[in-house]
Design a protein around this ligand. Structure first.
Ligand SMILES: Cc1cc2nc3c(=O)[nH]c(=O)nc-3n(C[C@H](O)[C@H](O)[C@H](O)COP(=O)(O)OP(=O)(O)OC[C@H]3O[C@@H](n4cnc5c(N)ncnc54)[C@H](O)[C@@H]3O)c2cc1C
Length: 346
């Protein structure tokens, strides 16, 4: 069977690889180069998503916790386990018992994945691991594990595996209409944030709508001894402070947009991230310490008024010989790709 997959982000690449492994003759078509859009603008975490437990996405968290182990087994040179500290302070929005219950559930859902279990650290133990963390009102911290990756390199590795299994990659070609793919038996729309542009060529109303939620990061010119999972003061959000290539990666934001184009990190997002970082870290950072900023557009399935609470699950829609893919996460891309492959081969 000849199959065209449109979009060489991690979702399209994983789908194409899964199809090639099953013996299909697959062409992966990308308008730019692979991994140039959302898939290289992530927080670089292969994670279950502790915060998604709060919105009861328990099935997704379970799948993602198991999926991170698969990446580590397959490409240990491009990802590794990462210890994160979740510090708790007096007067924070979430009660300590709730955070503790979430951590316990996270451990339970990760059972059998080979990752160390979470533990509680006293303020003294926290400061030994992360001396820059502010000590005022610090109660202690949970230490828990996820994994960190080089999203660009790991995505390119998936493309190489796909090509190694006989797949063909076409770059620099934009698909504007499915008619130009009539030589293929089946087509997969994995255009991520741009999936709805292609879907609109059917002229009917889609069953899902995408919520385009921009996320930005800043990189600071200082090392980060231990990764942090920080509660944003007076908000239900969290941000990550992560070691990355000798510097400190801080992110992310969640800004709803009415279209999928990526304008980059705004001055407001940059000062928002710096403000939260400086709330927790001493000495504080100023704008001059920023070495890089980047943004990506999440193609989330719209399911909540607050963009933070949108589901991170994915969905499919089959119209004739075309399968449209909506939503998803980096960590679970291979599971999503397997499901997409099974559906399009039916
Ligand atoms: C700020 C941020 C942080 C994140 N952090 C994490 C994280 O730490 N861990 C995690 O698991 N997930 C994370 N995610 C989610 C994850 O990055 C995305 O779910 C995933 O990368 C989406 O991949 P995709 O392939 O759907 O989209 P993309 O990577 O955007 O790929 C779509 C591709 O389709 C191409 N394309 C579009 N239209 C056409 C066309 N007409 N013809 C040809 N090609 C076309 C585009 O050029 C693009 O390359 C994060 C997302 C963001 C934005």
């Amino acid at each position: 069977m000849r199959i065209a997959v449109v979009g060489a982000g991690i979702i399209g690449a994983s789908t194409a690889w899964s199809l090639a492994r099953r013996g299909a003759k697959v062409t992966l078509i990308e308008r730019k180069q692979p991994m140039e859009e959302t898939s290289r603008a992530s927080s670089k975490l292969l994670h279950g998503g502790l915060r998604y437990l709060e919105t009861f996405q328990i099935r997704l968290v379970h799948k993602a916790l198991q999926a991170r182990s698969q990446w580590l087994r397959q490409a240990p040179h491009l990802c590794s386990p990462l210890e994160l500290l979740l510090p708790l302070y007096q007067g924070q929005m979430r009660p300590t018992w709730l955070v503790g219950a979430g951590i316990k559930l996270y451990d339970l859902l990760a059972s059998g994945s080979g990752f160390p279990k979470a533990s509680w650290l006293t303020p003294k133990q926290v400061l030994m691991r992360q001396p820059a963390l502010t000590q005022r009102n610090l109660l202690g911290a949970y230490s828990f594990y996820d994994a960190q990756m080089d999203d660009y390199a790991l995505g390119k590795w998936v493309i190489e595996r796909f090509q190694g299994d006989g797949g063909q990659l076409v770059t620099g070609h934009t698909i504007t209409d499915f008619d130009e793919l009539e030589q293929f038996d089946r087509i997969v729309n994995a255009a991520g944030p741009w999936a709805m542009d292609l879907r609109s060529t059917h002229g009917t109303r889609p069953p899902y709508s995408l919520d385009w939620v921009r996320g930005s990061h800043i990189v600071l010119a200082r090392p980060c001894p231990t990764a942090l999972f920080l509660q944003v003061p007076h908000e239900k959000r969290i941000i990550f402070v992560l070691p990355y290539k000798g510097e400190t990666l801080v992110g992310t934001t969640e800004i709803r947009q009415d279209n999928p184009s990526n304008p980059g990190a705004s001055p407001e997002e940059i000062s928002y991230l710096l403000k939260i970082f400086n709330h927790y870290i001493e000495p504080s950072a100023s704008i001059t310490e920023i070495t890089k900023t980047y943004s990506g557009i999440r193609p989330l399935i719209r399911s909540a008024n607050n963009p933070s609470n949108n589901t991170r699950e994915w969905a499919f829609e089959r119209i004739g010989n075309v399968l449209h893919i909506y939503g998803g996460k980096w960590t679970t891309a291979q599971i999503q790709g397997e499901e997409a492959a099974m559906r399009i081969l039916k």
